[in-house]
Design a protein around this ligand. Structure first.
Ligand code: FE2
Length: 191
């Protein structure tokens, strides 16, 4: 059992060797991006692949860990960078550690109770600690794929519904060539 939980990363292919891969396209992120017109325009063409996650989730005992390798491709929808759906953990107090392996990016964290938001760098060599009760989303602010690992309790679970219902308060957009966290309500984009 333990042997199959120790794996090998193929960073060029963007996978954990032997692990299943989930692929998320632009169409899977309907409602996530602030600029609906820019989203619709991009959707009218192709349906680009935004990110993949390969995960090792075989251990499910008390105290076990799961981990996944994410590859988030570069691009933008309007001024907003390509990003993941984002989620809370079903077990709200479950924390997670993200480790940046390649590329440039950040994580958007939002406390579920207070709405307090933070933008934490997640590039190569950066580690982001995601505390419990924090919605989290990964964002590629660079020009090459952002590759990272996330490690989380086996019983954390993923709650995408809470984010889909109200989204994050803040968005990360390019301002003067650099990523900036701004209020979604203040974007002044025609919805
Ligand atoms: Fe998570």
């Amino acid at each position: 059992m333990w042997a199959e939980l120790s794996t090998c990363l193929d960073l060029d292919a963007g996978v954990i060797v032997g692990a299943p891969v989930v692929r998320r396209h632009l169409s899977d992120l309907a409602g996530c991006f602030a600029d609906r017109a820019a989203y619709a325009a991009l959707r009218a063409g192709e349906d680009p692949l935004l990110y993949t996650v390969s995960g090792v989730e075989a251990a499910d005992g008390a105290g076990d860990l799961h981990y996944g390798l994410g590859v988030l491709f570069p691009g933008r929808v309007g001024g907003e960078y390509f990003m993941t759906k984002g989620h809370l953990h079903a077990r709200r107090d479950a924390a997670e550690v993200y480790i940046g392996l390649r590329g440039e990016g950040c994580m958007l964290l939002e406390d579920e109770a207070t709405g307090e938001s933070r933008m934490e760098p997640l590039g190569q060599g950066r580690v982001v600690y995601v505390p419990g009760h924090a919605a989290h989303r990964t964002i590629n602010t660079g020009r090459v794929p952002l590759v990272y690992i996330g490690v989380y309790p086996a019983d954390a679970g993923h709650d995408y519904g809470a984010i889909a219902a109200k989204n994050f308060r803040m968005v990360v957009v390019e301002r003067d060539g650099k990523p900036a966290m701004v209020a979604r309500d203040g974007l002044n984009i025609q919805q």
